[in-house]
Design a protein around this ligand. Structure first.
Ligand SMILES: Cc1cc2nc3c(=O)[nH]c(=O)nc-3n(C[C@H](O)[C@H](O)[C@H](O)COP(=O)(O)OP(=O)(O)OC[C@H]3O[C@@H](n4cnc5c(N)ncnc54)[C@H](O)[C@@H]3O)c2cc1C
Length: 442
């Protein structure tokens, strides 16, 4: 029976394992948790979502919505499970994180072809040990990271990423908060915490003068380099007093029912679980010290008695210089039986990590059967992502979320962005359907 070893049962490793096992390939799945935890994971579940519980936009006029639909057509376990454990989140696909990773773990453990090893893999397996997929994520253990570095001869790029705090719903002062979505679009899925000009000024002063936690190893990535989408709130605030009002605290499209007016600033809370008992502070990723988080965030009137069940934290993010090292099928140029998938391969985001795991899994299966590996058509989101990883300039390479800029532009001028994106998405899905028939996948 052909066999593939996978290191890491996160978003990418779990998806790769599923794709292989469903194609009758035996999988040895190595996961170091719970024996050895990462700084961001809290459970022993596979595919744990370490920060937001959102897999981002659901609609096809958004590139990540398209990517999800492509994966759905390829029987992605991550997307199927997300659909089954979804919680209301306006136009986004957000999940009950416990049910999501609990169900992922159950499905993988129950598969007769998947054998799980709860242990840290400290070294990249040497050549001759069969096909291996390295999917150990942005928080790859130090020893494995050192071994990857030795193998690739490249210095890892390491930088930092941040997670937002979570509060209990019952601790929110509902006399100073209201449920609504911007412009009343869709369901009222966000709990909005308004602030007056004075309240905002007090909060802002406290935020920019609060103490931050020290982060070791900072100089490794050449400074505090973070994704724009996950930028700590205090770093964003440091850009100017108005910046947050155009970012996570923007009041547009919201009216406070208490006074019938648009607030000066609004903090939005999003459900963390189906029951809605836990809420995360949208856009409040932070590296403030925990005591400082409590002090500063309680200056938001609705949160003055807030109970924090998780504070925001910042973490390392490790990835290889993919354009130098990988082919667009996610295999290592110098060792084609070795694949990288997930964040360590140079993609960014839960969905993108799972998407690269899906592709690496499919290609490991093809390689085992002596068939050419595949790269999805350039018109598809899966293809655009793979081409970004393998085909970007290697100098200053940065992982990237999927976006329509990674796909060929629409050949004619179309005025509306939504209309144009919808056409690009339809083109992608037709290309994918044709490709799946041609290649006998799906
Ligand atoms: C703090 C933080 C917050 C993030 N927030 C978001 C977010 O809100 N939204 C978003 O879309 N993306 C976010 N990301 C980015 C990224 O999407 C996630 O990290 C995602 O989980 C990456 O998927 P993965 O499969 O590559 O890695 P992971 O899901 O982390 O899986 C890797 C697995 O490998 C295991 N492992 C590590 N080393 C070894 C070893 N040596 N042997 C065996 N097992 C090992 C780990 O325990 C883990 O289970 C965040 C990243 C971080 C670090």
């Amino acid at each position: 029976m052909p066999k593939v070893s996978i290191i890491g049962a996160g978003l990418a490793g779990a998806e790769a394992a599923w794709q292989l096992a469903q194609r009758s390939v035996a999988v040895e799945l190595y996961e170091m948790r719970p024996d050895k935890m990462t700084p961001a994971h809290h459970s022993e579940y596979f595919a744990e979502l370490v920060c937001s519980n959102s897999l981002r936009a659901a609609g096809l006029e958004n590139a990540v919505g398209l990517l999800k639909e492509e994966m759905r057509r390829l029987n992605s376990l991550v997307i199927q499970t997300a659909d089954e454990t979804a919680v209301p989140a306006g136009g986004a696909l957000a999940v009950d994180r416990e049910r999501f990773s609990g169900q992922m773990t159950q499905r993988l453990r129950a598969h007769p072809l998947i054998r799980v090893w709860r242990q840290e893999v400290r070294q990249v397996p040497p050549a001759g040990r069969g096909i291996v997929i390295i999917a150990s994520g942005p928080l790859t253990s130090d020893s494995l990271a050192a071994s990857v570095e030795q193998l690739t001869g490249e210095t890892h790029l390491a930088f930092y990423d941040a997670a937002a705090p979570i509060v209990t719903w019952e601790s929110v002062d509902m006399s100073r908060a209201f449920w609504a979505s911007r412009y009343d679009k869709g369901d009222a899925d966000y709990l909005n915490c308004p602030m007056t000009r004075d309240e905002y000024a007090r909060f802002y002063e406290a935020l920019i003068s609060a103490q931050t936690a020290e982060i070791k190893d900072l100089e490794r990535g050449g400074g505090l380099a973070v994704f724009e989408g996950c930028m700590p709130i205090e770093v964003m605030a440091g850009r100017g007093e108005q910046t947050l009002l155009f970012g996570p605290l923007k009041p547009v499209g919201l009216q406070d029912p208490a006074c019938g007016q648009r607030p000066y600033a609004v903090v939005q809370l999003r459900k963390e679980n189906l029951a809605g008992t836990l809420l995360n502070l949208v856009g409040f990723q932070t590296r403030l010290k925990w005591g400082e988080q409590q002090r500063v965030f309680r200056l938001i009137p609705a949160l003055r008695q807030a109970e924090f069940v998780r504070f925001g934290v910042m973490h390392r993010n490790t990835f290889i210089n993919a354009p130098k090292l990988l082919r667009a099928d996610y295999s290592l140029k110098k060792r084609p039986e070795l694949f990288f998938a997930g964040q360590i391969s140079g993609v960014e985001g839960y969905v993108e990590s799972a998407a690269s795991g899906l592709t690496a899994g499919l290609n490991a299966w093809r390689r085992i059967n002596g068939r050419e590996t595949l790269v999805f058509p350039a018109e598809t989101a899966l293809g655009g992502l793979a081409r970004h990883v393998a085909g970007s300039p290697s100098q200053d390479f940065q992982p990237m979320n999927i976006n329509f800029g990674l796909l060929p532009p629409w050949p004619e001028r179309i005025r509306g962005k939504r209309e144009k994106n919808a056409k690009i998405a339809q083109r992608a899905l037709s290309a994918l359907d044709g490709f799946m028939v041609e290649q006998g996948i799906g």
